[in-house]
Design a protein around this ligand. Structure first.
Ligand code: ADP
Length: 351
């Protein structure tokens, strides 16, 4: 069943936390809400959960109104599954009892069968009789997820669910959570501040900056055609470089970027053809499309890091730096004077 947010706006005192948010999350879809700290992510989720009243706008489940400024059922009367960062398993109940908790409408035999099935689905069949504190953080998180799913909610709401899990485990946990959620087919809205996590988990990403939805799209949409500096830098991995339009080029501190290397965008205002002579633009550049040439400068290699298949080279000129990714065999030592070759650069304009 689709959960639909329509025109959700929210204020705390006179501070705006959310501005006119529209979003649909369909069956089987995972949407991540991504944004910097304080951008309104948790507020949107809390409004959906009934932990915060709707001030303006409405939330629908299918074609039924779930909540608006007048109708505001408490969390326990909403068909939602909630998972938060600090997994809230009941400490004095076993894993099996925790999962069975939400299944009070079913017979004992049905409950037991369901708990078994759910635990097996996340490789925790052996843990049924254990208490939460004897499980690792990752295991507890998996239990919290299936406990929420066991009630067969219409919507799953996850708020930074992996934040307290060690980094190496997080990727595996995300993969497993994605498979579990996809298998259940429940529409899922998940809050994260971690772009990698959003790219890893989401079918689509809603990017919030200061309570405004700056972009909604697939990870690929956001990577290829970012809107605004936050998406450009954190998701699309673009680094910014200012320049001035001069004929068929943009002149930057590090050298000349040919205009034909600058991508056309959906938004015509950000297309190279609309630029006026002498205008100042901010370019976004992909590090792996820049090349280095040992020369008499003007820049110098100030650092170098090994990334497996490639080297990340930091090039400094004055107080500015650019990251250049090069194949291992092309690695130049720190201190080498270089110039940057923009002939094959992938660039776009983002303001
Ligand atoms: P995020 O989850 O993106 O970090 P939040 O939704 O928690 O952001 O908060 C959005 C904005 O609203 C922030 O500026 C935050 O300080 C403010 N805020 C959140 N909850 C409250 C509250 N209960 N009272 C006052 N301000 C709040």
């Amino acid at each position: 069943m689709t959960i639909a947010f329509r025109g959700i706006s929210h204020k705390f005192g006179n501070q705006t936390a959310l501005s006119n948010i529209d979003l649909d999350v369909k069956d089987g879809e995972i949407v991540c809400i991504l944004g910097p700290s304080g951008s309104g992510k948790s507020t949107l989720l809390r409004i959906a959960a009934g932990l915060e009243p709707v001030q303006q706008g409405a939330i629908f489940l299918g074609d039924q109104l779930m909540a608006d400024a007048v109708t505001n059922p408490p969390p326990e009367q909403r068909p939602i599954g909630l998972v938060f960062q600090d997994h809230v398993l009941f400490p004095h109940q076993t894993v099996a009892e925790n999962i069975a908790f939400g299944l009070h409408n079913q017979s004992k035999a049905q409950r037991e069968a369901m708990v078994k099935l759910q635990l097996a689905s996340v490789d925790l069949a052996d843990m049924a009789q254990r208490y939460p504190h004897t499980l690792s953080g990752g295991q507890q998180q998996r239990v919290a997820l299936i406990r929420a799913l066991a009630t067969q909610p219409s919507v799953m709401l996850l708020d930074e669910p992996f934040a307290s899990v060690d980094t190496p485990l997080r990727r595996k946990l995300r993969e497993q959570a994605r498979l579990t959620l996809k298998a259940a087919g429940t529409p899922t809205l998940m809050v994260t501040h971690d772009p990698e996590e959003a790219m890893d988990m989401a079918d689509r990403i809603l990017v919030l900056v200061e309570g405004v939805a700056v972009q909604l799209g697939t990870p690929e949409d956001l990577w290829r055609s970012p809107k605004g500096g936050f998406v450009a830098q954190t998701i699309a991995g673009l680094q910014s470089l200012q320049g001035t339009v001069q004929g068929e080029t943009v002149q930057t501190l590090f050298g000349t970027v040919p205009m034909h290397r600058i991508a056309n965008r959906d938004d015509r205002a950000l297309n190279p053809s609309t630029l006026k002579e002498g205008a100042t633009v901010t370019l976004g550049l992909r590090a792996h499309t820049l090349a280095l040439k040992a020369a008499n400068g003007p820049a110098v290699i100030s650092d170098r890091r090994f990334l497996g298949q490639r080297y990340l080279t930091l090039v400094t000129l004055g107080d500015q730096q650019l990251r250049v990714e090069t194949a291992k065999q092309e690695a130049l030592p720190i201190g080498t004077l270089v110039e940057i070759n923009f002939a094959s650069v992938e660039a776009l304009i983002y303001s």
